[in-house]
Design a protein around this ligand. Structure first.
Ligand SMILES: NC(=O)c1ccc[n+]([C@@H]2O[C@H](COP(=O)([O-])OP(=O)(O)OC[C@H]3O[C@@H](n4cnc5c(N)ncnc54)[C@H](OP(=O)(O)O)[C@@H]3O)[C@@H](O)[C@H]2O)c1
Length: 345
């Protein structure tokens, strides 16, 4: 056994509602010796994602549920500290499903990783956000499903979050006449308009949020980039124009419901799609690896020219991960929520 000590979060039971210490236990354990074909990676930044909550439930999704007692699944960037794997050397930056742990064994018989370019073209955190799975999700949803046309009105829910902030900015670049965000609180809405360039933003925590959505979309809605689901989505659907497109990216309002998303009220306004001959399509970013290079190319170009803002909320300390995941559901983050686990070597 290596002398290194690993801290990891292991799933002990399936959460009901918010995640507790009993559900996700922080343990200290030794790091196994490397086998041929493997490398040891030190986690630098851990991505906290709404889907983490889905993976903890026993409901089958696009990935199998995390097994009880297993290290919690999670996307991270890290740095190789030791390698017995061809093509991977100490110091390399890598990204992949390193899990909620400080050290991960990767390679043969373990999870695979992607080696990031050297030198890094952007801060390493960008590979979990604007140039990672959340930025790419925004790009995929708009290009494959939303297909924004000049003159369109686009509504983006969770607009101040990782996916939503990029989706709204891209929709403007693609020629939307009006991009309206939905976000929790006045300060977030101000940020969405003033810093991210949305045309308007509705604070869905206000009592009159329905009237405000109506007022913000005087010409109806052509594209709904949906991150939230539930009653907010229902109301946006009541505003659909003819041949509108609904990009069903996520439904965070449902993930914490008892049973981890198994039981929820359901959408009520689906019938609007018949009257408006609209289409709705879900997607999962993992299915579209063939489009990642095109997405990253465009996103990196815009980012490098200063035309795409990449908000991040970085919280120091691996031990904060469980509480911070709950905070994601309270909207305490702006942009991509990351845990800083270690400094680069
Ligand atoms: N399909 C895919 O492949 C894919 C990939 C990545 C993410 N997603 C989905 O995209 C959505 C956004 O993910 P993200 O990583 O970018 O997270 P995020 O938007 O950075 O964080 C989640 C945000 O959702 C808002 N929120 C939380 N609970 C809510 C509720 N009950 N009602 C309304 N808003 C709520 C909060 O903002 P406020 O302060 O504004 O409430 C919070 O900041 C999620 O649904 C996620 O599952 C899908």
């Amino acid at each position: 056994m290596s002398e290194l000590v690993n801290r990891a979060f292991r799933l002990r039971q399936r959460p009901v509602g918010r995640v507790t210490e009993k559900d996700l236990e922080l343990v200290t354990e030794s790091v196994p010796d490397l086998q041929p074909g493997q490398a040891l990676v030190r986690t630098l930044y851990l991505s906290l994602d709404p889907t983490n909550r889905i993976w903890m439930s026993e409901k089958p999704s696009y990935l199998p549920p995390v097994e009880i007692d297993a290290v919690m699944r999670g996307v991270a960037v890290g740095q190789v500290v030791e390698s017995r794997r061809d093509g991977v050397k100490p110091g390399d930056h890598v990204t992949g499903m390193l899990g909620w742990q400080e050290y991960a064994v990767v390679g043969d018989g373990a999870t695979d990783v992607t080696v990031l370019p050297d030198p890094l073209p952007a801060p390493v955190t960008a590979f979990l956000g604007v140039l990672g799975h959340t930025g790419i999700s925004a790009w995929l949803g708009l290009n494959n499903i939303g297909r924004v046309k000049p003159g369109d009105t686009v509504v983006v829910s969770a607009a101040a979050g990782a996916v939503g902030s990029v989706a709204g900015q891209l929709a403007k670049k693609y020629g939307a006449a009006r991009v309206v965000g939905l976000a929790g609180g006045e300060a977030k809405c101000r940020h969405v308009i003033e810093d991210l360039g949305f045309d308007d933003c509705v604070d869905y925590k206000r009592e009159d949020w329905r009237d405000r959505i109506d007022a913000a979309t005087p010409d109806g809605v052509d594209v709904d980039f949906e991150n939230v689901g539930g009653e907010i989505m229902d109301h946006v659907m009541s505003r659909l124009n003819l041949h509108a497109r609904i990009v069903l990216c996520g439904m965070i309002s449902q993930y914490n419901s008892d049973g981890g998303g198994d039981s929820w009220a359901g959408q009520r306004a689906i019938g609007e799609m018949i009257m408006t001959r609209s289409t709705m399509s879900g997607f999962v970013v993992l299915d579209h690896a063939d489009q990642f290079p095109a997405a990253i190319d465009e996103l990196a170009g815009l980012w490098a020219q200063g035309k795409l803002k990449a908000d991040e909320t970085v919280v120091e300390g691996f031990e904060q991960a469980r509480d911070e995941l709950n905070n994601l559901f309270d909207g305490r983050n702006t942009g991509k929520l990351l845990i800083k686990v270690a400094d680069p070597g």
